[in-house]
Design a protein around this ligand. Sequence first.
Ligand code: PA5
Length: 434
Amino acid sequence: MIKIDFKNIFACPSAGVSEAKWRALGKDLPRLIKQLKTRGQGFHSVIDDAKTAGEIIKFAKAQRGKFESLVVLGIGGSALGLLAISQALNNIYHNEAGARGKRTPKLYVLDNIDPALIRETEEQLNLAKTLFIVISKSGTTAETVSQYLYFRKKIAQKKLLIKKHFVFITDAKTGWLRQVANAEKISAFSIPNNIGGRWSVLTPVGLLPAALMGIDIQKILASARQGRSSIFLANFSANLAWQMASAQYLLYHQGRSINVLMPYAQHLWRLADWYRQLLAESIGKVKNRRGEQVNVGITPVTALGVTDQHSQLQLYSEGPEDKLIIFVRVSEAGKKISIPLLTKTEVEFSFLRGVSFNKLFDVEYQGTAAALTKNNRPNFTINIKRVDEQTLGELFMLFEGAVAFLGELFNVDAFNQPGVELSKKMTRDLLKNS
Ligand code: PA5
């Protein structure tokens, strides 16, 4: 389903990456595939877990009609993937549209502890009609646990059943949340221990909220399996994840250390956010696997077409030559909407005659990519047909596969996050000593 057009990289001579150089790096592919397999990571095998998918669907069916609102308590990798799924597959105004049609529950994601967010979300809720989904891989993240404690008290004060209003998603064995779930028999789904937070979108972390909103998770998983089928192919032309990673890697070494992900799709704005975390936390590392200090990392930036043509493009086009722009282009943006020309005064816009928003949107992408290329700004385009369940799983796999390969290319551990852990620890220590 996905096709990637890399030609605008090679059309920028000052980017310093020729097609020949890019293809030549493919000699490392068989070795790095083998190496990646030895990491024992589950992000690509979890999509075969039919048992868990079945349990999620069963649980979601049993909740149908009971809740007006789902509130996710989770942060980072425990929030961004499900936000990406919801925005991609639900109506852009899901909460308003859902409320009108009374079809599926509204979604609130508390991925911050700003008291304003907590207060103002609470104001939206009828607690008797709210299901809290507490998500934390470690089961110990202070932000998530404190939110849980807060809303647990609220539910108890209303004399509502904790077991009915909470479901946990956490490690199968370890962590405080797992202990609570076991002790109080609260429904809990597991995140496999070989999958870290930001890699967990296709585990219950992303799939349970999706299923509760009536999204067909089996289709997402099937699409992810389709995407995975090429990740372990030692064939340069077939392996899109490798092609993407090797282009990013070579450009990084030519000074393009910032990657802008710019979908031309309102529904993929949150996907760009999800990818931002995946790339930042996975590759930003002080040491390589040999223990040498390397301080590598690609800085991910998100932008939205066409909106950010009018806020960021000037910088990308003429500012420092430190960026690679990655577009996502959707060829079928849904039912056509024509732009009407009403009176003679619009004569200076006669070029819009007979043009639809669909066409204008796509032509603006083409113009932007061409302008960047003309200014020697390397860019490539991920082409998909539609934003739907069939493409979303494949996109997740493409991005995850590419970041996993980047880890191997930079020879860093793409699956740990010591910098995040350090800040969690220091916050705890500060609180203990305050
Ligand atoms: O990717 C990661 O591991 C982190 O960003 C986590 O997702 C984030 O810190 C939240 O951790 P947890 O899911 O353990 O609450």
